[in-house]
Design a protein around this ligand. Sequence first.
Ligand code: ZN
Length: 140
Amino acid sequence: MSHTCSSLLMHCMDFRFGSKMKEFMAEKGLMNDADMVAFAGSAKNLVNPETQAFALRQIEISKTLHEMKVVHLMNHTDCGGYGGKAAFADEAAEYDELTGDLKEAKNVVLAKWPDLEVKLWLAHIKEDGHEAEISFEEIA
Ligand SMILES: [Zn+2]
């Protein structure tokens, strides 16, 4: 018996995503075709030496067990794993750190598994609370 999936999606544990994450997955064709890893701070865990091995292990398991080929790494604005938006001087500084970590995390994954494809996403949370507006930007 084999059960395989195309992708792995690593995103933040933040409850505000809720159904929006399901919509994103459906839109990208990932529904029921992606292993899902949710960490506070998402990609930060791949660049932080203290958590890197554990984060990489999730990818390794997905790759060996489910033969996935594409890793989707997603960070988001106002992320508690980064201290929230208050931790940054302004939106540009926040954007630079969140996307910088995504790019560094991509390099970490590709250094270990050059055969994988890595896609980067930044989710923009426009409002706080249960009715947060969320949009997804692909980071080149
Ligand atoms: Zn978060």
